[in-house]
Design a binder for this molecule. Structure first.
Ligand code: SF4
Length: 68
């Protein structure tokens, strides 16, 4: 089991900070909400420090994932 980031899009205000900081992990969709399109586009530490910790509405979370 590994963990990966995901965005609660009901809470996301579309500020773009996560996508600006980690463009290989997050982008804004056509509704202006952030999506984690590549959970492995950065290290867990980078995602924690440059996205989760700086999201103004705290809507990026970790969830467990598996390769199955
Ligand atoms: S930093 Fe948070 S509020 Fe801003 S776009 Fe990313 S997920 Fe949405």
């Amino acid at each position: 089991m590994t963990k990966e980031a995901f965005v609660d899009q009901n809470m996301c205000i579309g500020c773009g900070i996560c996508a600006d900081n980690l463009p290989d992990v997050f982008h804004l969709n056509t509704q202006g909400k952030a999506e984690c399109f590549d959970p492995h586009g950065a290290t867990e530490e980078e995602i924690q420090l440059q996205a989760i910790s700086v999201c103004p509405v705290t809507c990026i979370f970790w969830r467990e994932s598996c390769a199955c």
